[in-house]
Ligand binder design. Structure first.
Ligand code: ADP
Ligand code: MG
Length: 238
């Protein structure tokens, strides 16, 4: 596990700046939710933490290591996306084992790590199935399993539930939180859904047009919104 520090971070695409100097300090083991309207820069910020986008100002540290120049593969991070693509020709077990096999991990270690992840996610009985034989929720669990087996210092989630139906979304929220209680991996979770943010976050970061409007616990934001944007955004349901 590790802390994540985003310090005065900027991002421009060409001459168009979309992140205008953002500071977020995330503690080791914390579950932080980035929330804000579509286009405000949530995914870009997450991709910069992952190293998938270069930052154009400021710095990002994971633990005590500044990672501005560190390529994604050398950051100890696993990302879960909305459009998780499982390998259709591989069974659940092999989907989860794949990244460890690529790294050349010993078979015994792979078996153990996949076993633990399958246990945590309730996938034990499904390891021999192919993705096409799974429900949407089960597939999303396999996608999370692939992230968990890598035992990263940080999980990054980019709207992982937005393709699921409403009922499943609520169930998966609870599961992801339970997973965090068990593993305590530092997590940065992006959503545009206020309810998701309020129910899942240790702290919420409210973003708007490339800046941070407020950071606080769900209760802080609800009781003491810094401005009318935060009040309107947190106060009104999705
Ligand atoms: P969010 O995830 O909050 O919906 P994004 O981070 O995807 O927002 O986008 C923030 C802003 O950056 C948007 O105005 C978007 O159009 C712009 N943007 C994102 N990626 C690129 C890119 N690769 N090239 C140019 N502009 C981009
Ligand atoms: Mg996005």
């Amino acid at each position: 596990m590790a802390s994540v520090d985003v310090r005065a971070v900027r991002k421009a695409f060409g001459s168009h700046e979309v992140i205008h100097g953002v500071d977020i300090s995330i503690s080791d083991g914390e579950f932080v939710v980035l929330v804000g309207p579509s286009g405000c820069g949530k995914s870009t910020l997450l991709r910069m933490i992952a190293g998938l986008e270069q930052i154009t100002g400021g710095e990002i540290a994971i633990g005590d290591r500044v990672v501005n120049m560190v390529p994604p593969k050398e950051r100890d991070i696993a990302m879960v996306f909305q459009n998780y693509a499982l390998y259709p020709h591989m069974k659940v077990y092999d989907n989860m084992a794949f990244s460890l096999k690529l790294k050349g991990a010993p078979k015994s270690e792979i078996e153990e790590r996949v076993g633990v992840a399958a246990d945590v996610l309730g996938l034990g009985a499904l390891l021999d199935r192919y993705p096409r034989q799974l429900s949407g929720g089960q597939r999303q669990r396999v996608a999370m399993g692939r992230a968990i087996v890598r035992n990263p210092q940080v999980f990054l989630f980019d709207e992982p539930l937005s393709n699921l139906d409403a009922k499943l979304r609520v169930a998966m929220r609870t599961e992801i939180k339970a997973l965090h209680q068990r593993l305590r991996t530092t997590s940065v979770y992006v959503t545009h859904d206020q309810i998701e943010a309020m129910t899942m976050a240790d702290r919420i970061v409210v973003m708007h047009d490339g800046i941070v409007e407020q950071i606080g616990t769900p209760l802080d934001l609800y009781d003491n919104p810094a401005n009318t944007f935060v009040a309107g955004f947190i106060g009104s349901p999705a």
